[in-house]
Each structure stands twice: as structure tokens, then as C-alpha cells.
Design a protein around this ligand. Structure first.
Ligand SMILES: NC(=O)c1ccc[n+]([C@@H]2O[C@H](COP(=O)([O-])OP(=O)(O)OC[C@H]3O[C@@H](n4cnc5c(N)ncnc54)[C@H](OP(=O)(O)O)[C@@H]3O)[C@@H](O)[C@H]2O)c1
Length: 305
């Protein structure tokens, strides 16, 4: 399969599809025939993207799901509605993300950056895991960032109750995306579902920094106006998401980090197996699911020993 091969019959659920990298990814996958469930908060923008997808994807289908990923109840309803309507899911793209200068908490009482950027992918993947396994070969793509290299987990201050710093909270949530992906890849071993984390590169023209500090907004604004070799436009940034989602060369590659389109190493902290299990268990507690999910279901592979 080449980058222009048909994705007819491929079912993709994509969060954060209403703007930036997500909207671009939805349109490009639709051009190749994929059916898309586009998730977002804003009905008007979501329905626009879904209509655009429907014009592009021929016989495929297109749906908009309105969901607020800051709310665990909303994430659960999203997964339930999708499962009610569909009996397969080939690719789940956990793309939605926020970067906030001020510390806020969700209605569930969780710091918002952790909630939207990490706990929502964790819970949505949990609620759709059986469907993905039943649809295998399938993929879970979670959008991290190169900025994860600046973070450590700091479990005693996971929700930034002390000394909130928007950039640090964002970077830590992106490290959490990697720890989650690597643990998920292990737990899904043998099921035919691969888990991949992605760094799209520096794409200053998206809406990501709309709630960031003035300094960060000014910086992104300047880079948007004056593109430099290390910045990308939305189309180029989305290429890494698309590669992780559908490139056949990566069909059997699990637990990988794709940065700027290539499989590469992430930070040392992201490979800390103790931290990743601890984060998994803490996350399970915060969203109210058993930490053992996908362990009891993992098939035993007979080795002949
Ligand atoms: N841009 C970059 O340089 C860069 C670099 C590395 C990684 N990333 C990652 O790329 C991903 C996409 O970001 P982007 O740059 O494309 O920014 P963006 O244009 O702001 O897109 C973010 C998307 O997430 C959605 N979202 C935010 N909070 C939500 C919530 N509570 N419920 C449902 N949807 C929500 C937004 O929906 P609304 O339109 O309703 O707000 C929007 O569709 C993020 O995970 C980000 O961390 C971006």
C-alpha cells in the first residue's frame, strides 16, 4: 500500500477533529476513503468537518460526536454511543489536547491538562478496547509531543497542586501519553492491536496555545508569521499522525514513538517501567476502572516450552 492507497472500509475515531492537526488528519484520511467519527466540543465546527469528510470519502460514512473530554461521563457516553452504532473500529486516534496557563479543575475534580490530555485517552481506550481487539488488526494512536523530554512524572504533584506551571503540566501530560502507550502496547500484546505515540513536530498555526500564557501565545504567533526550518504547517504536522494511523509498514510495530514521521527513541523517563505501571494504576483510580484491564483478557501465547 502506498500513501495514496484506498482506505475504503477503514473506520477511524478521531478526537480533537474540530481544528488543527485533527481536522487536517480527518480530511486527508477521508480523501483516501476512510469512514470517520470526528469528536469535538463545538457542534458547528464539528459538523463542518464531518460534512467536509462526507464530501471526500465516497462510499464511506462520516459522523460528528459532541463530547467534552474533560468530563469522564462524557467520555463514557462517547464510547457507548460509538459502540451502539458500530461493530468495528480500526483506528482510534487520541489527538485532542490543551495547554493552559492557569490551573483549573474539571467537574470530576481533576487538574484539566491531566484530565484532557491523559485521562481522556486512557478512559476512551479502556472503553473501546474490546471493540478494537474484536476488529484487529487495529491501532491506537496517541498524540504526544517532543516537549515530553522536559518532563518528569513527579507523582506526589501529578495534578500540579503545588507551583502550577502551564508548560510543565502540558509537558508532563505528554510524557504520560508515552508511558500510557508503552504500557498499553504490552497489555495488548498478541491481540493484533498496536499502540503508537506520535510527535507531530512544532506546528505553531494550530489553536493549541489559545489558553496558554501571553508569552507562549506571542512566541507561537511569531513562529506562525515567520516560518523557520524547525516549524511545520498543519499539513506536514498531520503526516506523522496519518503515518501512525494507517501506514502498512507500521502494521506490526507496537510500542513505538513516531517523531516527525520516523520511529525514534523517546526520553529515558518514558521508558521507566515502574513509572508507567504506577501511572496506569493511578489513572485507573482517577477514572474509576480496574487497573487490571487488558491483563485478564490477554491471551497466553503457547511457546512450546
Ligand atoms: N501544535 C503543535 O505544535 C503540537 C506539537 C506537539 C503536539 N501537539 C499535540 O497535537 C494535538 C492536537 O493539537 P493541535 O496543535 O492541533 O491544537 P488545536 O488546534 O487546539 O486542536 C486541539 C483539539 O482538541 C480539542 N479539545 C480540546 N479540549 C477538548 C475537550 N475538553 N473536549 C473535546 N475536545 C477538546 C479541540 O477542540 P475545540 O476546537 O473544541 O477546542 C481541538 O479540536 C494535541 O494533543 C497537542 O498536544 C501539537
Amino acid at each position: 500500500m502506498t500513501s495514496s492507497d484506498s482506505l475504503d472500509g477503514t473506520v477511524v475515531l478521531l478526537t480533537g477533529g474540530t481544528s488543527g492537526l485533527g481536522a487536517e488528519t480527518a480530511r486527508t484520511l477521508a480523501d483516501r476513503g476512510a469512514s470517520l467519527a470526528v469528536v469535538g466540543r463545538d457542534r458547528a465546527r464539528g459538523e463542518d468537518v464531518a460534512a467536509d469528510v462526507a464530501e471526500r470519502n465516497g462510499d464511506g460514512w462520516s459522523e460528528f460526536y459532541r463530547a467534552d473530554l474533560a468530563s469522564q461521563a462524557s467520555v463514557r457516553r462517547l464510547a457507548a454511543r460509538f459502540r451502539d452504532r458500530h461493530d468495528r473500529l480500526d483506528v482510534l486516534v487520541n489527538n485532542a489536547g490543551i495547554h493552559r496557563s492557569r490551573r483549573t479543575e474539571t467537574d470530576d475534580g481533576v487538574e484539566s491538562t491531566l484530565a484532557v490530555n491523559h485521562l481522556a485517552p486512557y478512559l476512551l481506550t479502556h472503553d473501546l478496547a474490546d471493540l478494537l481487539v474484536d476488529s484487529a488488526p487495529a491501532r491506537v494512536v496517541t498524540v504526544s509531543s517532543g516537549i515530553h523530554t522536559r518532563a518528569s512524572m513527579e507523582f506526589s504533584n501529578l495534578q500540579s497542586e503545588r507551583d502550577y506551571d502551564g508548560m510543565q503540566a502540558y509537558a508532563r501530560s505528554k510524557l504520560a501519553n508515552l508511558l500510557f502507550t508503552y504500557e498499553l502496547a504490552d497489555r495488548l500484546g498478541g491481540t493484533g492491536v498496536v499502540a503508537t505515540a506520535v510527535n507531530p513536530g512544532f506546528v505553531p498555526s494550530t489553536g493549541l496555545t489559545r489558553e496558554a500564557s501571553l508569552r507562549t501565545r506571542l512566541l507561537f504567533g511569531a513562529f506562525k508569521r515567520l516560518p523557520l526550518p524547525f516549524t511545520k504547517d498543519v499539513k506536514a504536522g498531520a503526516e506523522t499522525l496519518i503515518r501512525a494511523a494507517v501506514d502498512p509498514d507500521l502494521a506490526d510495530v507496537t510500542g513505538a514513538y513516531l517523531s516527525d514521521g520516523e520511529v525514534t527513541e523517546s526520553s529515558d523517563a518514558s521508558y521507566d517501567e515502574v513509572a508507567r505501571r504506577r501511572l496506569w494504576d493511578v489513572s485507573a483510580g482517577l477514572v474509576g476502572v480496574s487497573p487490571d484491564w487488558r491483563l485478564e483478557d490477554s491471551p497466553t501465547v503457547e511457546t512450546g516450552d
